[in-house]
Design a protein around this ligand. Structure first.
Ligand code: 3HC
Length: 692
């Protein structure tokens, strides 16, 4: 075996030259890998003992893409274009042997090969759009030439990979091989030579482009079809333009156009934020004081207490991951309703074609409904999802402590209460943790995990791993009122309310935040969640809020009652501004002695967002969150903060901490100490630093 570079080696195996990449963990195309592949191909072409070449990877996957850490740094030769060019121009057939995931630059490299062989479990895709860029090494020009325009548009603008079986069907791979992949790829290469098959250069093909040449309207139709899903994102439009170029321009010019569109994106703020977020998400899974090799508790079964919307949603995550769930309610009717809701949700997914009937049946067969708390005695983890009341929760945890086996984790889904206090009623506070799911719990990706001062490392490590198993993105935080997500949300809600007292209307605040990229503004969100929820909490705490209270007193609980801050036509979720609400607001301002004034969109945005950033800084000072990026993960996955703005803390970096700090100081002068910048924000701003 000859080492070409640190990461790539070359060896002749009979008549086949094998180029092997070994760059753990995902064989990303760093400079050394690129140089190695090019050198390996050149060595094989020059090796007179071989007649064909196999490109193959060690470890858990084929090349998973360009090395994302290299973006934004000075480019190093050879470029991926040069590497792929060398493969495609090879005078001996090159076969890619794909296992794991061939993604981004990985699939582009495979598309430069003349043939592709994959394992049955392999996946291939171009996920660049998720990083705010487009496939920049020929993917937008070669993929359409293999799978046609409609499928290429779909794959490139969604970033979703397809499995080997589908890839075989559409001609993206030439063979799916069971067993030893390298041996199968070598056999395939030998067969190509023996049968005198041609050196298929995808760049020469254009048969699959004809459909779009005959129907150029295909692109605008596609634009319309994804407009809602991709609102605010820049990358999807450039992806479409690049694919259009594959139809309208000869291959080399198409490549140049792709490069231009790629460069536009990669140098922009959106891609910077999305790439930042890729690593933020992976960082959030790591807890600095919990070593990687911390022993995990084996979670084979789960118990869920409470079969309401939340409990049912949580249960669905476990069932889909194949973990049997015992779900407990205190009366049969509530239990039956809860189970019926789970069934209804699954049936809806099946009817949309996103789940098979078999999979639904499998999930339902793993569910054991019961009205007896005793039935959770053998489960490995219990998650409590009952009414948000400290006394009731404490009583329940006392009982669970008696009933559950030693070593079982007791988790609470509380969104506000002190998890430490709940844990302290048990004899096993080290096994108690908060697992805060977001509604709808079967859909929202975030799992805010809450550690107390006593939660054991093993319980934390187990719950982080469990989150991944049930398809969630976890972030570990400490105990405080509202934890990280809702504590920050409260600041925004307070300002939204203050703004409508001072002169704005709900539709003004909501429009500004919607245009910023959030799925909806605070008033539309309150109408969706139910205005009565906050009302009850305020009543419990003896607090008042003139506008919100008045709206609830009128029975305007939101969408479910047909009116709230807005009016909703029967069966519609579209909010319509309501003069009645305007009157309530005018009256409330008058009673508070506030002279209403025109408020600019800029002030609305700053007043809603900067206090969130300031609260984030306080959360970091207090050590409630480990990293600024954890706060961003919570806000993107839990509250729909636009990923192309990175999260509130990364957004602050983009605006410049000095600007955020100075604006808060201005507001402090005008409106009082509510806006006083946090010490950490002040320090970083003065030092010219960022949240890191
Ligand atoms: N570059 C640099 N590092 C990468 C990377 C990449 N392309 N892909 C993954 N990593 C790192 C992760 O940051 C992580 O590092 P850590 O252990 O220090 O946190 C480690 O590899 C393992 O990654 P995951 O935790 O994500 O491992 P999984 O097994 O869960 O997932 C994966 C593997 C599906 C390959 C996933 O990592 C992934 O989706 N990677 C990104 C794929 C991608 O976006 N490719 C396109 C890149 S852009 C491109 O190719 C441009 C081209 O068109 C020119």
């Amino acid at each position: 075996m000859t080492a070409i570079t640190e990461f790539v080696s070359y060896q002749a195996e009979g008549s086949v030259g094998v180029v092997t990449i070994n760059n753990p963990p995902v064989n990303a195309l760093s400079a050394g890998v690129r140089a190695g592949i090019k050198g390996g191909i050149e060595a094989a072409v020059a090796d007179s003992s071989v007649t064909s070449i196999v490109l193959h990877c060690e470890g858990r996957t084929f090349i998973a893409g360009a090395d994302i850490t290299e973006f934004g740094k000075p480019p190093q030769e050879p470029s991926l274009h040069q590497v792929i060019g060398a493969i495609e121009l090879s005078t001996k057939p090159v076969v890619a042997a794909i296992h794991g995931t061939a993604l981004g630059g990985g699939l582009e490299t495979a598309l430069g090969c003349h043939y592709r062989v994959a394992t049955p479990a392999a996946k291939v895709g171009l996920p660049e759009v998720k990083l705010g860029i487009l496939p920049g090494a020929g993917g937008t020009q070669r993929l359409p030439r293999v799978v046609g325009i409609p499928m290429a548009l779909q794959m490139i603008t969604s970033g979703a990979p397809i499995g080997a079986k589908k890839a075989l069907e559409v001609g993206l791979v030439d063979e799916v091989a069971e067993g030893d992949l390298k041996a199968a790829a070598i056999a395939f290469a030998e067969k190509v030579v023996a049968e005198g098959r041609p050196l298929v250069k995808i760049s020469d093909r254009d048969d699959k482009l004809q459909e779009a040449k005959d129907n150029p309207g295909i692109f605008d139709e596609f634009r319309k079809s994804i407009a809602r899903r991709t609102r605010g994102f820049e990358a999807p439009e450039n992806c479409i333009k690049a694919v259009e170029a594959s139809v309208n321009l000869p291959f080399p010019e198409g490549l140049a156009r792709e490069r231009e569109l790629f460069t536009e994106l990669v140098t922009g703020e959106q891609s910077k934020s999305q790439r930042y977020f890729f690593f933020a998400e992976r960082q959030a899974a790591k807890i600095p004081d919990v070593p990687k090799d911390t022993p995990l508790i084996d979670i084979k079964t789960a118990g869920i207490i409470g079969a309401g919307t939340m409990g049912g949603g949580i249960a669905m995550n476990f069932l889909q991951a194949g973990i049997p769930v015992t779900i407990v309610e205190n009366n049969q009717e509530a239990l039956d309703n809860g189970v019926a809701l789970i069934k209804k949700n699954y049936a809806a997914t099946v009817s949309k074609g996103r789940m098979s009937q078999d999979a639904m049946d499998r999930c339902m067969s793993l569910l054991t409904p019961t009205t007896s708390l005793e039935d959770v005695k053998d489960v490995d983890i219990v998650i409590e999802a009952i009414f948000e009341n400290m006394e009731i929760k404490k009583e329940l945890f006392g009982k669970l402590d008696e009933i559950c086996k030693d070593g079982a984790i007791l988790a609470t889904n509380t969104s506000t209460l002190d998890v430490e206090e709940i844990g302290d009623v048990t004899k096993r506070p080290e096994y108690v943790i908060g697992l805060h799911f977001f509604s709808p719990a079967n859909v929202m990706r975030l799992l805010e995990e809450v550690r107390t001062t006593k939660t054991s490392k093993s319980v934390m490590a187990t719950c982080m791993a469990l989150a991944k198993r049930i398809g969630k993105v976890p972030a570990m935080v400490g105990v405080c009122e509202g934890f990280v997500g809702n504590r920050i949300l409260h600041r925004r809600s307070e300002q939204a309310t203050a703004l409508i007292m001072e002169g704005a209307l709900p539709q003004d605040v909501d429009r500004v935040l919607f245009d910023f990229g959030l799925p909806m503004g605070p008033f539309a969100m309150s109408d969706l969640a139910g205005n009565d929820v906050g009302w009850r909490i305020r009543q419990g705490k003896g607090e008042t809020s003139p506008i919100a209270d008045k709206i609830c007193e009128m029975g305007r609980f939101g969408q479910k009652t047909g009116s709230g801050y807005y009016l909703y036509k029967e069966g519609s979720r579209t909010p319509t501004p309501d003069p009645v609400v305007e009157e309530i607001i005018m009256e409330a301002s008058k009673e508070a002695g506030i002279e209403r004034r025109a408020i600019t969109d800029e002030e609305i945005l700053q007043r809603c967002v900067y206090p969130m950033i300031n609260e984030g800084a306080k959360i970091l000072e207090e050590g409630i969150a480990t990293r600024a990026s954890d706060i961003d993960v919570i806000w993107v996955y839990g509250y729909g903060w636009p990923i192309y703005r990175g999260g509130p803390m990364q957004y602050a970096n983009a605006v410049g901490l000095e600007n955020v700090y100075n604006t808060l100081l201005d507001y402090q002068k005008k409106y009082g100490d509510y806006f006083k910048p946090a010490a950490l924000l002040e320090k970083l701003a003065k030092e010219g630093k960022e949240f890191s």
